[in-house]
Write a protein that binds this ligand. Sequence first.
Ligand code: IMP
Ligand code: MG
Length: 181
Amino acid sequence: MSMHDDILKVLLTQEELREKVKELGRQITQDYQGKNLMIVTVLKGAVVFLADLMREIDVPAEIDFMVVSSYGAGTKSSGVVKIVKDLDVPLKDKDLLIVEDILDSGMTLSYLKELLEGREPRSIRIATLLDKPARRKVDLKADYIGYSVPDEFVVGYGLDYDEKYRNLPYIGILKPEVYSV
Ligand code: IMP
Ligand code: MG
């Protein structure tokens, strides 16, 4: 019994992810020369991407984490989030890079970006590994995008289904029967 048996199709292989993360790291390294980079990651989905990406960024950078939870019941993101764990330091003079796993409706991130903008960092940008533009509900674009993906539910490389499959080393689509049990 292996978790790989639950995967219908591999969308992005480990090699593809590694290459893309390297490319994003190179680009971010160029763009943040002489800046005061602070990477902000929202737990938990983006931690795998973050762990790989930060080691491809060759400028001194701070890292901090936020934990947020959506208000209200249901699986659809309402966009209004409660801060469960906030950042530890003020953002004045920092060049903020928000690292996300996937940009879906964009509701959570647009709320968060506005909140952080209010703290007057020097600049604020978004890096997302995956983008699902078809699902966007707000006018929000990422500055760095790994891959655009079709409107299908994906797991692995940090992304979960019911909190599981985050440890899958590639990104894939689950077999339908996994959802129905
Ligand atoms: P939204 O952009 O506010 O709708 O929420 C984005 C969040 O929804 C991501 O950070 C993921 O936690 C989750 N999410 C959206 N699409 C997927 C998917 O295909 N697989 C796993 N999680 C997803
Ligand atoms: Mg999730």
